[in-house]
Design a binder for this molecule. Structure first.
Ligand code: 5GP
Length: 139
């Protein structure tokens, strides 16, 4: 399978569609998931095109994990979480639905099971407020 630059995250990276951004640098971007499995669910993407870890440049992988850590720490603080799930899926059989490499950071709480994807978009005002919380925690 090859990278298809018409995927939704490539469009976000090109600024063709909006997102609730919490972080950006020359190599990566992080923004709120529109269908959060928990408040504060954040996605982290390298800007370099790859479908997932299976075709990613190892140098890109080496650079993205410190950012995933930074976002995870900020999400734990911003959402007063007991823990964080970091998830990353590869190809449809692996649970992937958008084919530009990304990591999920999901705040978790003791005794609370992970919500499944409902397919229902979160309210834009809620995502905006959650992005602000993340930006504040990132400093
Ligand atoms: P995957 O299953 O590919 O790892 O996850 C893709 C994620 O992207 C899902 O959690 C889904 O809610 C999220 N998503 C899908 N479309 C959009 C979009 O247009 N904007 C944002 N911010 N997230 C999206």
């Amino acid at each position: 399978m090859t990278y298809d630059s018409s995927n939704i995250f490539a469009k976000i990276l090109r600024g063709e569609i909006p997102c609730h951004k919490v972080y950006e640098d020359a190599d990566a971007i992080a923004f709120m998931d529109v269908m959060p499995q928990s408040p504060g669910h954040t996605l982290i993407l390298p800007k370099a095109p790859s479908r997932n870890v299976l075709d990613a440049d190892p140098a890109v992988l080496a650079k993205i994990l410190p950012l995933v850590q930074k976002i995870a720490i900020a999400a734990k603080t911003a959402f007063d979480a007991d823990g964080i799930s970091v998830m990353q899926f590869n190809e449809p059989a692996g649970g992937q639905t958008v084919f530009h490499l990304h990591y999920h950071v999901v705040p978790r709480y003791d005794g609370q099971p992970l919500k499944s994807h409902t397919g229902i978009m979160e309210d834009g005002a809620v995502l905006s407020a959650n992005a602000d919380k993340m930006k504040k925690a990132l400093g």
